[in-house]
Design a protein around this ligand. Structure first.
Ligand SMILES: [Zn+2]
Length: 218
């Protein structure tokens, strides 16, 4: 990888090498094949590339360039680094839901870590590889989009975008399985039609906590 340049982003070999040094034990053949998985859109591929190489504009990253004054997350005050991007409350539980899906399909039958997701070292089963990578990249793109506006991610908007992507990818006969897999995840694990109501119901013990939660989620 030392002298390669990514054709999509045009990023130079220097960045690749330093990141690769940091992750020497990583399975780069798998990571690279995931980033270039056939069926992904160029935008999705580009997002995955930035995520793997730690090029997303997190506050930790921006602090290093003196663009930010601290690395505290705008939404939750935790350290806003590479792994925090998907796990933050900003993602309105969609990051957690994605991690559950990835854990379910993992051949190792143990919880997939944020670090594994962000590095794309997932050893995904062939049938679920494309839909899982579309899910991760569309989630990341929507997080990126809403973060820029300093807003929390709206699950319904993410699932609409994923449904649209499922239809587009399903337009090709060879990606029919990917389409059905994505739609199944949207309708089951990602189906939080009204999460605020659910949480209020779960917490409604008359203590007033539910009211606070309901306001908090808007
Ligand atoms: Zn956060």
């Amino acid at each position: 990888m030392t002298h390669s340049t990514d054709p999509q982003t045009g990023l130079s070999s220097l960045i690749l090498s330093s990141q690769e040094e940091k992750l020497q034990s990583a399975d780069w053949a798998e990571i690279w094949s995931n980033m270039r998985c056939p069926g992904l859109s160029p935008t999705e591929q580009s997002f995955l590339f930035k995520m793997v190489y730690g090029l997303l504009p997190t506050k930790s990253k921006l602090l290093r360039f003196s663009i930010e004054e601290n690395d505290q997350c705008f939404f939750c005050n935790e350290k806003d680094d590479k792994d925090h991007f998907l796990s933050c409350t900003q993602a309105s539980s969609m990051g957690e839901a994605t991690r559950s899906i990835l854990t379910e399909i993992s051949p190792y039958k143990k919880e997939v870590s944020w670090q594994q997701i962000c590095s794309l070292e997932l050893h995904l089963p062939p049938v679920q590889r494309l839909p899982a990578l579309i899910l991760i990249s569309e989630l990341g793109l929507e997080i990126q989009n809403t973060r820029t506006k300093k807003k929390k991610l709206t699950p319904g908007i993410l699932t609409s975008k994923l449904r649209f992507r499922a239809e587009v990818v399903g337009g090709s006969r060879k990606y029919q399985d990917a389409k059905f897999e994505l739609i199944s995840w949207i309708e089951n694990q990602l189906n939080t039609q009204d999460p605020a109501t659910e949480r209020v119901a779960a917490l409604d013990d008359g203590s007033g906590v539910a009211v606070a939660t309901s306001q908090d989620s808007e």
